[in-house]
Every structure is written in structure tokens, then in C-alpha cells.
Design a protein around this ligand. Structure first.
Ligand code: ADP
Ligand code: GLC
Length: 466
């Protein structure tokens, strides 16, 4: 089976958020199980391929000259990139000042149009699109192959000027959205299946509270909307071999985790005492609810709990966290930036990992934390519900869940978590359970493969004429 998989992000070539890791992890696992995946991404510049071949695509003038490069990328394997004018930039979406590139509509509508042309060229059995950046491809395809659209985050829809409707292809009408052009809504109408990245998110996006305006069209698609939980790359996130942490360990050698805790405490200049250590690794956006922690920071000495946040993004939020670090240096620290090596130590060395998300399509970091036997404290939203049963409510519990994304609920969950991890025997029982769970892509990739096969089979069935 040949799948054309199109994504705007891919680890480690172009990483912004979890989409990059999810695309890389899923494709690698599908390939391991024999699915032939043609992996296509924008040519942002600086991507070196071995054994490269190139050819030009036939696209409309408004796209500009589109060139395909196919070859081998050392970390990813077989990779196809498409270049069009304006796509190669220092960051996929953002200018150095943090604002989006003003021509992101042209860049990604053009990329998606080129993906459609490429799809016609290679005629795959299945087309798999991801998020809004690739959504407009379906406007241009008269007779597309069976198509899957994965929704990683409905908060980002790439809504653009209505003028695009005249350009993106014969099926552009599906993309009309309150006078504008919505690259995601059209793809939702035209894809054969819509996959949300967790089962709970698949439910949430069909409600007004979680649908970002698209809950109606999603409800309209009925059973075509499903949820498949993401996995994580368990080779990259492997405490037994991780080169970024102070001491390697596994489910049988959990005592060695302590050396990582000491390394982290040392790094932040904190004493080695009995106070639990919590970490956060995140993009700083409204979605992640880090602002909900701000009122809690002044109370950390009372819980007591030490908290270290690694994050980058929103400048105002970063300023708040910096100020809190200055005010409560013994209990709270903020490291601003995107630091992959440090993130590994923060997963490995902590007792608790905090994720106060307002919404969370899947979330990878809570799984990364549990892989390192670090107890997650999360809110009851999206993929967090599907991965973190509450340890006070279920014998199979893995973490502590705040019923609602408010400071008070998060504080209460932190209290419960601190109580549990302070008792060594009870902490170890929880850690052993977490460390024994398979968070890999094996099961999710199996579900995607089954989905592809079901679509290919139904596509091949002869139409029944009454
Ligand atoms: P999202 O895609 O919404 O940001 P996910 O949990 O799906 O959230 O994925 C985020 C990924 O990015 C994880 O692998 C996480 O470790 C990584 N990450 C996020 N922020 C940082 C940071 N400041 N430094 C290093 N890694 C980060
Ligand atoms: C998005 C979501 C995140 C999810 C990731 C990968 O960035 O915010 O919850 O884990 O995509 O699907």
C-alpha cells in the first residue's frame, strides 16, 4: 500500500510543536510495518538529501515554480520536499519578532496546491493530510484517492481572504467560511475520514466549547470523525539509553532516577531535601494554561513544592514567569527557551510533571514524562484524559487530574500528587506502573494502517446500482 503523507513539520528537520514529532513517529512506524510512505514536506531551505533527484511540477501561475526533491535524509529516511517561491524561511511560520509571516496564506495555499499536483503525479493509494497547511490540496483534486485528514490542533485554521476561493481549485466552494477561505473546513468536508489525535479530543471538537467554530461541520460528518491517540518515539525517549540525562535507568532500576533529580536540583541551585520537584516543558501559549500556575507560585513554600518551567513563546507570559522566579527563587525557576537536551533532564529528574492545559488535542509531554517514571499532574482535557487516569480514583491510576482548568483545581491536584510522591513506597508503585506501559507508535500506527486498508477496500468495491 502506497500512502502520500503531507505535513508542514517533521522532526528533526523542521520542528515547531508536537506535529513534527507525531508525523515523524507515525511515518517511521508505518514504514517499519511495511507501508510504503511517501513523506512530503515544504522545502524551508537547508534540508540536505542524499541520492537526490529533482523534477518540476505543473502548477498554476499563482503558485510560482514548484520543484520536487526526492532523496534520503539521514534521520528520517526517504523524504520528498516541495519548494515554491517564498516557502524557504528561517522559521516555518514566524518572523524573528514572533509574528506570523505576512504571506503565510500564499506560502501554504501554494504548498497545498503543489501537493495536489504531486499527488496526481504519483497516484498513491491513500492521501494523508495533516492540519490546515495541507488542507487546500483537496480543493484542486477532481478525483482524489481515499483521503485521511489528521487534526492535531483545531485552534489553528489558517483562515485567509475570500479571494483565495477563486484560485485554489474547482472544489473551492467547500472552503468558503463566513466570507473568508478556511483551509481546514474544506478539507473536513472533503476528506473520507477525519482523525483527531485522541479519542476524547474527537468528542470535544464536536461541541461548541471545543470546536473553535467548526463543531457544526464536524458533527455533520458523523462517523467519519474518529480519534486515534498519538504515540511517542520510544527510542528518542528512552531513559535506559538517553545521552542527555545524568544517569540511565529503566523500570527495574528506578533508584538510578535519583541521580537525575540531584543533577536538576544542582543545576537550579536548590538543596537536596525531601521537597518534591516538579517540572514543566512547554510552548508558552494560552492553550497550555501556564498562567493558571502563576497564582500558585506564591504558595509553593506552603505546599511545599519546587517547580521549574522550561518554555518559549508568548512574551508577556515569559515576563510574568521571570518576575515570579525573581520573587521566589527558592521555590520557582523559569528557563526561557527551547532546549531539547535540558528537556530530557527535566523529564528524567522530576518527581512530578505539570500540564495545566485549557485544551490538549493529545499532548506528548505527559507520555514523555511517564516514560521517565515522572508522575503527571494534568487537567481533564483531550488526550490527557485518555493517557492519565487519576491515581486517587482508579487502581490503575497513573497521575493526578484537575477536574477543570482553573488555578484552584490545579492546586488541589498538586496537593494530592505531593502527598503521594512523598511516601517512597507508594511513589515507587506508581512509577513502576508508568514505566511498564508501552507509549510507542506501534498500536496507533496499527490503527492508521487498518484505517487506510478499510478506505482502499471500500474504494475498490464496485458501486452498487439498484
Ligand atoms: P504541542 O504540540 O501542543 O506544543 P505536545 O506535547 O504535543 O504539545 O508536543 C510538544 C513537544 O515539544 C514535546 O516533544 C516537548 O518535549 C517539546 N517542547 C515543547 N516546549 C519545549 C521547550 N521549551 N524546550 C524543549 N522542548 C520543548
Ligand atoms: C498539537 C497539539 C498537541 C498534540 C500535537 C501532535 O500540537 O497541541 O496536543 O500532541 O499536535 O498531534
Amino acid at each position: 500500500m502506497r500512502v502520500l503523507f503531507a505535513t508542514a513539520e517533521l522532526s528533526p528537520v523542521a520542528t515547531v510543536g508536537g506535529l513534527a514529532a507525531a508525523a515523524a513517529g507515525l511515518v517511521a512506524e508505518l514504514r517499519r510495518s511495511g507501508v510504503e510512505v511517501d513523506l512530503v514536506m515544504p522545502d524551508y531551505g537547508g534540508i540536505s538529501l542524499v541520492d537526490e533527484t529533482t523534477f518540476a511540477l505543473d502548477v498554476p501561475d499563482w503558485v510560482g515554480a514548484a520543484t520536487v526533491r526526492r532523496g534520503h535524509q539521514p534521520d528520517v529516511g526517504a523524504l520528498t520536499t516541495i519548494s515554491i517561491p517564498g516557502l524557504a524561511r528561517s522559521h516555518p511560520y514566524l518572523q524573528p519578532n514572533g509574528e506570523g509571516w505576512p504571506d503565510n496564506d500564499q506560502r501554504f495555499f501554494g504548498f497545498a496546491r503543489a501537493v495536489a499536483a504531486y499527488c496526481e503525479h504519483v497516484a498513491p493509494d491513500v492521501l494523508h493530510l495533516n492540519d490546515w497547511h495541507t488542507g487546500p490540496a483537496l480543493a484542486a483534486l477532481h478525483a482524489p484517492p481515499p483521503t485521511v485528514l489528521s487534526i492535531h490542533n483545531l485552534a489553528y485554521q489558517g483562515v485567509a481572504d475570500g479571494g483565495w476561493l477563486g484560485l485554489i481549485g474547482p472544489r473551492a466552494g467547500h472552503y468558503e467560511w463566513w466570507g473568508g477561505t478556511n483551509p481546514l473546513s474544506g478539507a473536513m468536508a472533503l476528506a473520507d475520514r477525519i482523525v483527531a489525535v485522541s479519542p476524547t479530543y474527537a468528542e470535544e471538537i464536536r461541541t461548541p466549547a471545543g470546536g473553535f467554530g467548526l463543531d457544526g461541520p464536524l458533527r455533520h460528518r458523523g462517523d467519519a470523525v474518529i480519534g486515534i491517540l498519538n504515540g511517542i518515539d520510544t527510542d528518542v525517549w528512552n531513559p535506559a539509553t538517553d545521552p542527555h540525562i545524568a544517569a540511565n535507568f529503566d523500570a527495574r532500576t528506578l533508584d538510578a532516577k535519583e541521580a537525575n533529580r540531584l543533577a536538576l536540583l544542582g543545576r537550579f541551585g536548590w538543596p537536596d531535601d525531601e521537597v518534591p520537584l516538579a517540572t514543566v516543558v512547554t510552548r508558552l501559549t494560552e492553550q497550555k494554561g501556564i498562567d493558571l500556575l502563576v497564582p500558585v507560585l506564591a504558595l509553593l513554600d506552603q505546599i511545599p513544592l519546587r517547580l521549574a518551567v522550561l518554555g518559549s513563546g508568548d512574551a508577556a507570559l515569559a515576563a510574568q514567569l521571570r518576575a515570579a522566579g525573581t520573587a521566589h527563587p527558592d521555590w520557582f525557576t523559569f528557563v526561557e527557551g527551547y532546549d531539547e537536551a535540558l528537556s530530557h533532564l527535566m523529564f528524567a529528574g522530576a518527581d512530578l510533571f505539570v500540564m495545566p492545559s485549557r485544551f490538549e488535542p493529545c499532548g506528548l509531554t505527559q507520555m514523555q514524562a511517564m516514560r521517565y517514571a515522572t508522575v503527571p499532574v494534568v487537567t481533564a482535557v483531550g488526550g490527557l484524559v485518555d493517557t492519565v487516569p487519576d491515581a486517587d480514583e482508579s487502581a490503575d491510576g497513573l497521575g493526578f487530574v484537575a477536574a477543570r482548568p482553573t488555578s484552584v483545581h490545579v492546586l488541589a491536584a498538586l496537593f494530592r500528587a505531593c502527598r503521594r510522591v512523598s511516601k517512597k513506597r507508594r511513589r515507587l508503585a506508581l512509577q513502576k506502573r508508568m514505566a511498564s506501559i508501552d507509549w510507542s507508535w506501534a498500536a496507533p500506527a496499527g490503527e492508521y494502517e487498518e484505517l487506510y486498508r478499510s478506505l482502499v477496500v471500500s474504494d475498490e468495491l464496485p458501486a452498487v446500482t439498484p
